[in-house]
Design a protein around this ligand. Structure first.
Ligand SMILES: [Ca+2]
Length: 43
């Protein structure tokens, strides 16, 4: 995957130090409008 970079600080949504499927799940549910997941995106 040369030429593809990931901003790990941004992609690590739950801030557990790794970017994995769980981060993807959280993002998907946030986009789907699950209220309890909005906390991960609060500023
Ligand atoms: Ca994570």
């Amino acid at each position: 995957m040369d030429g593809v970079t990931v901003n790990e600080a941004a992609a690590d949504i739950n801030n557990d130090g790794t970017v994995d499927l769980l981060d993807s799940v959280i993002l998907s549910r946030y986009i789907a409008g699950w209220e309890e997941y909005k906390v991960y995106f609060a500023i």
